[in-house]
Design a protein. Structure first.
Length: 285
């Protein structure tokens, strides 16, 4: 039950996403550029629950953002899918595209060329059964695309002050079907940068919202709130973090290592100085 929006502000393009789901936890990934199949893949920041190869959202070194939101397949039926050897997982496609695309136009070209598989092998009545994704793609130039499939693709150039959002309904459905739509529509006018974008995510939160992340596509910075704690934001500089090397951090570890300055720092953070030997501990006393 996710919320994704982008806006072209006076400070540049921002993207934002609430991840709302039934299973707790999450992971942050900083992936430097690397050679894959004879080509250099882009550096990326990814967020997932199901493994770094199946992220729900992310941004790459060129400021290309992709965020997913699920909706029931029967709202916009795909029909019976034929398994194809080059088909991609419906979350794996996010990483695949971010590794390669330098713009929204390139991302869209890849989406159009790669079949996406929604077969989870789940049983009727289980969580996630009969759910597919649509994706919001954006880059620093203001080019934004909502992609579900070839027949359900909406592309637009956002002029300054314009925004666009998606939730868990196809765009062909009435806005009244989603109670977050009026919140996002009304609040979009107040989004002037990352801080106000996070405020709109807070207003559109749900009880099952696990994380909220805002991306500055021009400056390549990210702000992250987890577990509905909007009083503290983890702030990341993309270039700085990628320069530190590849890292994969769960939310528990994130609090531990990145939580300095948090009002609850003493509760869940390691001290900045750790005494490793009995002699050092004795000297401290």
């Amino acid at each position: 039950m996710c919320t994704v929006f982008v806006k072209n502000t006076s400070k540049g393009m921002v993207a934002a996403r609430n991840h709302s789901w039934t299973q707790p936890g999450g992971n942050v990934h900083f992936v430097p550029p690397k050679r894959i199949y004879g080509k250099m893949a882009n550096a990326m920041y990814l967020m997932d629950q199901w493994g770094q190869d199946r992220p729900f959202e992310g941004i790459n070194e060129h400021g290309v953002f992709i965020g997913a939101a699920g909706f029931p397949d029967d709202l916009s039926p795909l029909g019976k899918q034929k398994r194809q050897p080059h088909g991609m997982d419906f979350c794996g496609i996010i990483r695949f595209v971010l590794e390669r695309a330098k713009s929204t136009a390139e991302a869209l070209e890849i989406f159009r060329s790669i079949p996406i598989s929604y077969d989870l092998d789940g049983e009727p009545g289980t969580v996630g059964y009969n759910v597919r994704n649509h994706f919001l793609i954006a880059d620093p130039t203001g080019h934004a695309v909502n992609w579900a499939d070839e027949k359900n693709c909406f592309t637009r150039r956002l002029s300054a002050g314009k925004g666009f959002h998606i939730t868990n309904f196809p765009l062909s459905f009435k806005a009244a079907d989603c109670n977050r739509h009026p919140i996002l529509k009304k609040g979009m006018a107040d989004v002037r940068g990352p801080a106000s974008a996070m405020k709109l995510l807070e207003k559109s939160q749900q009880t099952i919202t696990l994380w909220s992340c805002v991306y500055d596509l021009k400056r390549l910075t990210m702000e992250l709130c987890i577990d509905l704690d909007f009083s503290f934001r983890f702030r990341f500089d993309f270039r700085e973090k990628i320069g530190e090397g590849e890292r994969h951090i769960g939310f528990g570890e994130l609090r531990l290592w990145e939580g300095y300055g948090h009002p609850r720092e003493k509760e869940f953070s390691l001290p900045k100085k750790i005494y490793h030997t009995a002699e050092q501990l004795a000297a401290k006393d």
